[in-house]
Design a protein around this ligand. Structure first.
Ligand SMILES: C[S@@+](CC[C@H](N)C(=O)[O-])C[C@H]1O[C@@H](n2cnc3c(N)ncnc32)[C@H](O)[C@@H]1O
Length: 394
């Protein structure tokens, strides 16, 4: 009996969850991901041998190995529909697949991550029904919405985490960080955007990834890239630059002078404040999504900013523009805020890599879950080892 902990990562993306679990010594024995570039990024970091770069539904039962843990986040179809509680509803196919893997692999524990509203979804009701009296009835489940910032990630990102266990109930990990930790609580302050990106050049030297290709799964793909390769800027128009220059940290489109507002925003004076927002240095970032490179999609402008008066005559903001950094965060900065190691290897186009980054579970959150689960699996391994040596003696 070995004490190695074997894991299967389903809907593995570029490997955010696996980074966290591997950090606690888990060994991936299978990963399934149908986005070829994401699967290639996963393979570039963890090896191609155990990756199936294809549709989970096409993986035959015979290819599902035994494992101690199955992790993954089956995409959620929606929150308002009735009928999804039925496992046979075609829209539940990915959940059926997750359960097929659990039943074939027979892990001691499974971990599901999903959107923060997941507990309100029909899929969650279906999962409860399966653990109460269905195919997963051997598993006890615990669930909660966790904020990655509470686990040392420099990002506010809420995910529903479900731990199913057939080796005794496993509670969700307790936070290690807090916004304002009470003295004596043992908690550390939230990590901030400053902690993870302040050392990087504010003026990236290029707008493009290096022109390089590698072969994964028999296909040639852009990459492999890492570190400063991903520190790429965009090419905003003069008007966009002028707009960004007005947005203070924590601010957004409502800080723009009317003269600079696009017509659609003039006609829509209400709405989310995050649009064309600017990050703050001394807080965790907002949730990094797949289109973080578009300032109109959220609070993704670089946090460095110095105020300046509006110069009516020249229609621009006065002040020293070199003191403000009027650009969105780069792919590299987004990957660090998403808690990927600085030397993580990436495969794909700019858009594909951004999608991989934005879809990932921050490794610090995944590692906190792995740390919580590991002692239960290790204790079970020791019990099994004792039992088999007793049998051998008898
Ligand atoms: C939220 S992302 C996973 C992120 C990943 N856990 C991480 O931490 O990096 C969900 C992934 O499921 C993949 N996916 C969706 N449907 C799939 C299918 N039928 N077969 C395999 N992968 C699928 C998507 O391509 C996407 O990368």
């Amino acid at each position: 009996m070995t004490s190695e902990l074997r894991m299967i990562d389903l809907f593995a993306g570029c490997g955010g969850m696996t980074v966290g679990f591997a950090g606690e010594g888990f060994r991936p024995v299978l990963a399934v991901e149908w986005d070829q570039a994401a699967a290639a990024t996963y393979a570039a970091n963890f090896g191609e041998d155990h990756v199936i770069a294809g549709d989970i539904a096409a993986v035959p039962d015979e290819m599902i190995p035994a494992a101690d843990i199955v992790i993954g986040g089956p995409p959620c179809q929606g929150f308002s529909n009735l009928g999804l509680k039925d496992l046979n509803d075609p829209r539940n196919q990915l959940w059926r697949e997750f359960m097929r893997f659990v039943m074939k692999s027979n892990p001691k524990v499974f971990v599901i991550e999903n959107v923060d509203r997941f507990a309100k979804s029909p899929e969650f009701q279906m999962l409860l029904a399966e653990t109460e009296s269905g195919a997963l009835r051997e598993y006890e489940i615990q669930h909660a919405v966790l904020n990655a910032a509470d686990y040392g990630v420099a990002q506010r990102r809420k995910r529903t985490i479900i731990i199913g266990s057939r080796v005794g109930s496993i509670t969700l990990p307790a936070p290690t960080h807090a916004k304002n930790p009470a003295p004596g609580s043992g908690l550390r302050p939230w990590r901030t955007v400053r902690d993870v990106i302040s050392g990087l050049p504010t003026e990236p030297s290029t707008t493009e990834l290096p022109s390089r290709t590698s072969s994964y799964f028999g296909q040639s793909m852009p990459g492999t890239f890492s570190g400063m390769d991903l520190h790429i800027k965009r090419r905003p128009t003069a008007k966009s630059l002028s707009r960004y220059s007005f947005v203070p940290p924590g601010g957004g489109r409502f800080d723009l002078p009317i003269a600079l507002l696009p017509t659609c925003w003039v006609n829509k004076p209400t709405g989310t404040t995050d649009v064309m927002g600017r990050l703050r240095w001394d807080l965790p970032s907002v949730t990094i999504r797949t289109e973080f490179f578009k300032p109109e999609k959220g609070q993704y402008l670089h946090p460095q900013w110095v105020s300046g008066e509006w110069d009516e005559e020249h229609s621009q903001r006065r002040g020293d523009p070199t003191l403000s950094v009027d650009r969105v965060i780069t792919h590299y900065e987004a990957s660090l805020i998403q808690d990927f190691p600085a030397d993580y290897r990436w495969v794909g186009t700019k858009i594909q890599i951004a999608r991989q980054i934005g879809n990932a579970v921050p490794s610090g959150l995944a590692q906190a879950i792995a740390r919580q689960v590991k002692p239960h699996l290790a204790a079970n391994h020791s019990r099994e080892a004792e039992h088999s040596s007793e049998l051998a003696v008898a």
